[in-house]
Design a protein around this ligand. Sequence first.
Ligand SMILES: [Mg+2]
Length: 344
Amino acid sequence: MANIKHLGEFGLIERFRSQLKTRSPRVIKGIGDDCAVFSSKQDTLQLISTDALVESVHFDLKTISAEQLGRKALTVNISDIAAMGGTPYLAVISLGLPQSTSTRFLDEFYSGLQSVCKDYKIELAGGDTVASPQQLFINISILGEARKDRVFTRTGARPGNQIFVTGTLADSAMGLQLLKTRKIKSVSSKHCRALIQKHLEPIPRIKESTLLAKSKLQVTSMIDLSDGLVQDLSHLCGNDKLGAELYEAKLPFSQALKNVCQQKEYDPTDWVLQGGEDYELLFTIRQEDVKKLNSLFLKADAPVSHIGEITSFPGKLVLNKINGRKKFLKASTGFNHFKRSQRS
Ligand SMILES: [Mg+2]
């Protein structure tokens, strides 16, 4: 099979350029020059974020296809722009490729990148490709923009603010668990497949983030969930400056997660609290905006759950259980089998 040794550096750049076509009028110089050149819009703030993925640490080529990897590598970056209320528009990529990488793998990887670029109108305007002695390495940097008064940050939550989260939680973590413990071919149930899909092909919450950014609602803090609900919630609490109360009955579970937890005798609440790689948006708003928020999301057919409230008790994260008891949660503890390095 043809591999990148035969292409050489210029062949690689040409392949990259031919598959990722320039489409944004804002990009004056794309792939092929020393820098990409682009213009920014007036009255916006620019957002920039970068994320590295290393084979065997962040992904396993036995369980993810090249195309899915291309999609996911860009998606997790888009999610960071969404987390701040921004719109992504440009990205650059660096790849560390083992010499044995096949051109077919590369083409499929580009095709995954390309499809996400198309979905979210992002231009891949350049990057770098280097040889890696053993494992595949991907780093993407992404640019986005937001209106000057509509950048949402992790800091700003106040006691009494209400906590919301988009979508359902822990599907991705359970999908990863299924991938690790079973051979993919034997995963036949509809629910298992849905969970694995959520892990391999997450969807960034750009629609929901834009909905918030375009509204007049005061979003007091926001983060995208990459390290699990409890851990990421503790960031919105200023780590230990504020506390939070969560309501077990309000936590968003998918039917697929419930079903698999029932089969395996897991507690779905534990999974939802610790999760990981959900890429949902967790945010806080003022109590008086709750009705408006709910009707905004309902009208847009966007899934959102009102899961709790910020309190003034430093570092105290409390779960109000369905059985009436209270459980104190620790931000630092998680399931070790899917504990992973912290991401931005
Ligand atoms: Mg993030």
